[in-house]
Structure formats: C-alpha cells, structure tokens
Design a protein around this ligand. Structure first.
Ligand code: C2E
Ligand code: CA
Ligand code: CA
Length: 503
C-alpha cells in the first residue's frame, strides 16, 4: 500500500517568533557593546532568551508535528475504507487520474486496466451470515484481492460488495486472464462461524489506452461491464464495449418517456379472445399497449420489465387491473385474464390493490383471473404462498402463464392454488414439426386433468394446430387463428359473431 506524503513543518509562526528573538538578541548584544557596565545583566538576559528560544522552538515543532499527524490521519480516514483499510472510491479515482497522467506517453498497447469486482448475491449471503460474519467476509475478500495483485496495483473497496483494481501498462489479452484468476481466487470457500461459505464474484473490466479518457468515465465503464457480466448469472467477467453505454443511454431515455406516458395516461389495454372447442369466445386476456404518436410502438415485453427497475411497476399494475375491471363491466359472461408480474406478487402491494378495486367497482372477482409465470412459484417463498392464497380468498382465479418454459414441477402445482395452466406458445408452434412437442402437450393436458385444472393453449395460429390440440385433449385456445388482441370496443361484436358461427 502506498504511504501518504508527510507535510513539511509549516510554521510561519515559529519563524516569526525565532526571528524576533534573534533580532532582540542582536540589539541586546549591540547595547552590551556600548554599555560595558550592563554586560553581566545583559548576558544573563541573552542566555535566558536563548534558552527560551530553544524551548519555544521545540514546542512549536511538537505542535507542528502533531498537526501534520492529525492532518494525515484525517486524510487517511477520508480516503480509506474503515473495515478493510483498503483505499476507498475517492483515493481510487485519484490514483486512476495519477495513473492516466503518468501513462500518457506509454505505448498504445499498454492500457490502464480498471476492474470492478462485484460479489454475487451479497445481500442474500449477508442476510444468512449476519453483520459480523459479513464484515469478516469483506476483510477476507480484501486480503485475497491484495494477494492476487502486485504491489503497484491499487486495490480499493468501492462499496459494500464492490471492489476495484487498477493496473497500469497492460496488454488487452491480459485482462481476461487476470479477471479469470480473480474469479477463481475469490470463489474458493470462506470459513465462517456458521460453516463453509461460497461467494462467487462477477467482474467488469475497462481498458483505457494511454492518454485517453476521464477517470470517472473509466470507472463507470467498468461498472457497466460488471452489470453486463452479472446478467450472465454470476462468476463471469466482461470487458466494456461502447454498445453497453449506448444501450444504457437508450434505456434511460425510454425510462423517462415511460414515466411521462404513465403520468399522462398514454397506456391502453387491448383484449385477445380465448375460445372453446366450438369456437365461442369464453374469455379474454388483457394485454397492455404503449402507442407513441408518430413513432414505433414499444412492446410490453420491453416496457414491463423496464417499469420494474424504475419504480413504475405499482402504477402500471394498478392501471392494468383497474382498466381491465372497468372494461369488463360490459362482458359479464366472459372470464377476463390480467397479467401480473412476478415482482408485483413479491412486492406485497397486490392484495391492497385488489381489495380497493373490489370496493371501488363492486365487480365480481370470479369473472377475473390473474396470470402469473412459473418463475413466481419457483422462488418458493412463504410470502408468495400467502399472497396467492389471499388472491384466491378474495375470489380471483389464478392461471399459470407460459407453462412448460420454466422448471414445471408437479409439487408446486399441488402446493399453490392454481386454477388454469396456459401451455406456452413455443410448444404449439412446433406442433407437426417436432414430435416431442405433441408429447409434451399431451403430458401437460394429462397433468391438468389429474389435478382438475383447466388448460388453455396459447399462440394457436393454424387450424391444423387447433385440431391437433383438440385431439390431445386441450379444449381452450388463444391465438391469431381466432383473433389478434383488439380494442375493448370490438369485443362485443366479436362475441356475437362467434356465437352465431358456433350455433
Ligand atoms: P403473454 O402474457 O404470454 O401474452 C401473450 C403474447 O403473445 C402477447 O404479446 C400476444 O399478443 C402474443 N400472441 C397471442 N397470440 C399469438 C399468436 O398466435 N402468435 C404470436 N406470435 N403471438 C401471439 P404481447 O401483447 O406483445 O405481450 C407480451 C408479453 O408482455 C405478455 O406475454 C406478458 O408477459 C407481457 N404483458 C402484456 N401486457 C401486460 C400487462 O398488462 N401486465 C404485465 N405484467 N405484463 C404484460
Ligand atoms: Ca399472459
Ligand atoms: Ca403466455
């Protein structure tokens, strides 16, 4: 670790005081020369002054030294992490700026490398371990990082679960090797009081060619690369690419626009009919749309996940529920399915929203079902179990969306209160092309029958698919063959037309 520079004794006061005494002594010496009778008295005074000067000088030096020490202590505290004693973000950025200045004339293939090392699932681990063991874990991580780096590198703690490494004069190939080494070293088991713990890390690297870029940008780039590495599921590393920055910027722009669209009520709901084996409409699925004037529509697959990362998910869920319930007042004989995201189930606000909606509109909850994806059940948290039971107690049904795409498991189908399974479109679209698709659909239908659940096939586009599905025992369908999602105002006419056709 680098040592902070000590300050010179800066005591102007000492110079002034000693200078004044020296001047006084000189005057006294001159006086003594002119008045020989006063010599003994004057020499005693001069000796006294000399001794006083010495004492004053030593006192001033002591005071100046202690001032220097407390200044460098204050500087140390301001620039280091108190737990691990590693440099903090401030010092990391200073060192980065210094290194960029020093490296300005280095060969172009000798880049400055910045690594952001993020511990994976740190919140979960610290919840399990408790605060003391988590602190020990951070200290151990710091120590492993120091050992893995060499003395010229700067290793810093940039946040609770975030560390930084700075290395100068490296070729591009090196970054991958070094990152892979760090992942290996940090992933070895840690000994905690509760037993052995494994904590992996993800790494984002940013290489700054000599003389280019600003320190804060370089660190931001490494963090962007880290987020991208984290999406790979842990224990991966990624090097920064300009596309990551562009993606983030366009995501931020979309977020601003979505916020405005929600506030201005620019989102709407459309409805896709669900039909029975006779082709009669028995229900609709409510799907959200964001039409932007003069510009391309944004898919809900894009803006719904975005809303969940920027605090808009409650507002969006509330809008979908409310609008679907209001529109459904015109269709007392149809079941209306409303999509509810996994985050909404976990957030805890869903039950309050539904209760308020029932009081406000007086709607019959049995006419509605909430569509959730399998991933919600996978989390296997007791909160989710309770929320889903509360949904059922209020009278709403529950349909399991995109069934077959996750880890479809019999045990959670039995444990959780589900009324309907929706077979994912991917199986339906492969019917007639991949023999296993019809085997899977048959297995899902048998499962549904055994558990007394309804089963609906999504994404039915051709009559051949509908026929095969019927043969496999599935008698509820949704897909472009019957209708694309349409505006609420079109549903009544479609119901009437289909009733006629079914008759
Ligand atoms: P999802 O719930 O699986 O909805 C079915 C999607 O498949 C819809 O896309 C629908 O338009 C499309 N689809 C229906 N039939 C066919 C077909 O025959 N062929 C093809 N190729 N596609 C078909 P959409 O409306 O773009 O929605 C995409 C996803 O966005 C939905 O998938 C759902 O996960 C989510 N979503 C939509 N609206 C909402 C909402 O109000 N709240 C929440 N949380 N999610 C929503
Ligand atoms: Ca759905
Ligand atoms: Ca679906």
């Amino acid at each position: 670790m680098m040592v902070e520079k000590s300050q010179p004794v800066p005591d102007l006061l000492a110079f002034v005081a000693i200078g004044s005494i020296a001047a006084l002594v000189t005057i006294l010496c001159t006086v003594a020369g002119n008045y020989p009778g006063a010599k003994p008295l004057l020499s005693a005074v001069i000796t006294g002054l000399g001794a006083g000067t010495l004492i004053l000088f030593r006192q001033l030096r002591k005071a100046a030294n202690s001032l220097t020490a407390s200044k460098s202590r204050a500087r140390y505290v301001a620039t280091h992490d108190t737990l691990t004693q590693l440099p903090n973000r401030t010092l990391f950025l200073e060192r980065l700026a210094d290194a960029q200045r020093t490296d300005a004339g280095a060969p172009s293939d000798a880049s400055l490398a910045i690594f952001c090392v993020g511990l994976d699932r740190f919140d979960e681990v610290s919840e399990v371990l408790g605060p003391d063991a988590t602190d020990n874990l951070a200290i151990e991580v710091a120590s492993r990082l120091r050992t893995a780096c060499d003395e010229h590198d700067t290793v810093a703690r940039l946040g609770d679960d975030l560390f930084g490494v700075l290395r100068s004069g490296q070729g591009t190939d090196f970054a991958g090797e070094f990152a892979a080494d760090l992942i290996k070293v940090l992933s070895e088991t840690y000994a905690a009081a509760a037993g052995q713990v494994v904590v992996t890390c993800s790494i984002g690297a940013s290489l700054v060619p000599p003389g280019l870029g600003k320190p804060a940008d370089a660190l931001r780039h490494a963090k962007l690369a880290l987020s991208s590495a984290r999406k790979l599921g842990g224990a991966h590393w990624r090097c920064f690419e300009p596309a990551m920055d562009l993606a983030l910027k366009s995501r931020n722009a979309l977020e601003v626009e979505l916020r405005r669209a929600v506030a201005k009520g620019e989102l709407t709901m459309v409805y896709q009919p669900q039909v029975n084996a006779k082709g009669a409409i028995v229900g609709v699925e409510a799907l959200m749309r964001w039409f932007r004037e003069g510009r391309a529509e944004v898919s809900p697959s894009q803006f719904i996940p975005l809303s969940e990362t920027c605090g808009l998910s409650d507002a969006i869920c509330q809008f979908a529920l409310r609008q679907a319930v209001l529109d459904a007042q015109k269709w007392p004989n149809l079941k209306v399915a409303i999509n509810v995201s996994a985050q909404q189930i976990r957030s805890g606000s869903l039950i309050a929203m539904l209760t308020e909606l029932l009081q406000e509109t007086g709607c019959n909850p049995r006419n509605f079902e909430l569509e959730i994806t399998e991933s919600v059940l996978l989390a296997d948290e007791s909160d989710i179990y309770q929320t889903l039971h509360a949904v059922r107690r209020l009278g709403f049904g529950i349909a399991l969306d995109d069934f077959g795409t996750g880890y479809s498991s019999l045990s959670y189908l039995r444990r959780f209160p589900v009324d309907k399974i929706k077979i994912d479109r991917s199986f339906v679209s492969h019917l007639g092309q991949q023999p296993e698709s019809s085997a899977i659909i048959k297995a899902i239908v048998d499962l549904a029958v055994a558990l007394e659940l309804k089963v609906l096939a999504e994404g039915v586009e051709t009559q051949a698919q509908a026929d095969t599905l019927e043969r496999l025992g599935c008698s509820l369908y949704q897909g472009y063959l019957f209708s694309k999602p349409v505006a609420a105002g079109e549903i009544d006419a479609m119901v009437a037309k289909r009733v006629k056709r079914a008759a």
